[in-house]
Design a protein around this ligand. Structure first.
Ligand code: ATP
Ligand code: MG
Length: 264
């Protein structure tokens, strides 16, 4: 059996490949020592491949030989494979890995170039949500956000133009959280949570659109656990991209790109 591990800032993603079968697992990165114990105990005979920010720490604490690879290269290899398996054949595209933080890449068939990063990512999503509402569980945040109303928190372009003709689409966000002082403090937890997700989603999409424009492509691929079962976020990414003439692709299992690529 071969095991690929992408040990990130928040989650350790693991894929076990046995013949044609793939098993996908995740562990909180704060349990890294337990994952190391488990690998030492059960997988010392297997071929283990590591990548991600905590790969070196894991390697130092495993009592058998493993191979490591650079996170950005591993992610690109895994992503290329997932794109092919999903039937996409892109010559040029950009991709954003929305993990704890976000990194942006321009890619062609033959390679990728990391062109930047942003501290706005999944860590922002859970951190700000916790500060505002006391809720820190990712799944609960997303579930509650589905019931929220962004207009109670965010200022849209049409709010500023008071129903008069707008030079850009009125439904665009003029200011994330910019409507808070205009209302009567009626933003519920749900409203605040969808606004947090909106802030992260629009920030990364806006960066993706600029990056894609500079790279002369419309294709933008989003990966990372932040998107996982997070239709609030992926709906905002898709509609904002569409509004601006971009094409957003969200890949199933995209968050496992690094773990898959590590063992290639
Ligand atoms: P990085 O690549 O920046 O080092 P990472 O690889 O750990 O970080 P991902 O696993 O891609 O990052 O994404 C982490 C984000 O995914 C979290 O910040 C959170 O928003 C979201 N998330 C999804 N599921 C969970 C979960 N079960 N527990 C915690 N966070 C989750
Ligand atoms: Mg990562």
């Amino acid at each position: 059996m071969k095991i690929g591990v992408d040990a990130g800032g928040t989650l350790i993603k693991m894929v076990q490949v046995d013949g044609d079968s793939r098993t996908f697992t995740k562990y909180p990165s704060k349990n890294v020592d337990q994952v190391i114990d488990m690998l030492n105990k059960n997988h010392a005979e297997d071929k283990v491949f590591l990548t991600g920010g905590k790969a070196e720490y894991m390697q130092e604490n495993l009592n058998f030989e493993v191979e490591t690879s650079i996170e950005f290269d591993a992610t690109f290899r895994g992503l290329s494979m997932l794109l092919e398996e999903a039937g996409y054949d892109f010559d040029r595209y950009v991709y954003l890995n929305v993990g704890t933080g976000t990194s942006f890449h321009q890619a062609s068939k033959t390679g990728q170039k990391r062109v930047g990063g942003s501290g706005v990512g999944g860590g922002t999503l859970v951190g700000l949500s916790h500060l505002l509402t006391g809720i820190s569980d990712f799944k609960t945040i997303v579930e509650k956000a589905q019931l929220g109303v962004r207009d109670n928190v965010d200022l849209k372009v049409h709010h500023i133009y008071n129903g008069r003709p707008t030079p850009i689409p009125g439904d665009l966000t003029a200011s994330n959280f910019g409507n808070v002082l205009n209302g009567d403090d009626k933003a519920s937890d749900e409203d605040q949570l969808i606004a947090v997700i909106g802030l992260v989603a629009e920030t990364v999409t806006s960066m993706a659109l600029n990056l894609a424009d500079a790279f002369e492509t419309k294709k933008m691929v989003f990966i990372g656990s932040t998107l996982l079962d997070n239709t609030v976020m992926t709906d905002i990414i898709k509609s904002y991209s569409h509004l601006k003439g971009g094409e957003a692709y969200i890949l199933e299992r995209g968050e496992f790109s690094g773990a898959l690529g590590a063992l290639m």
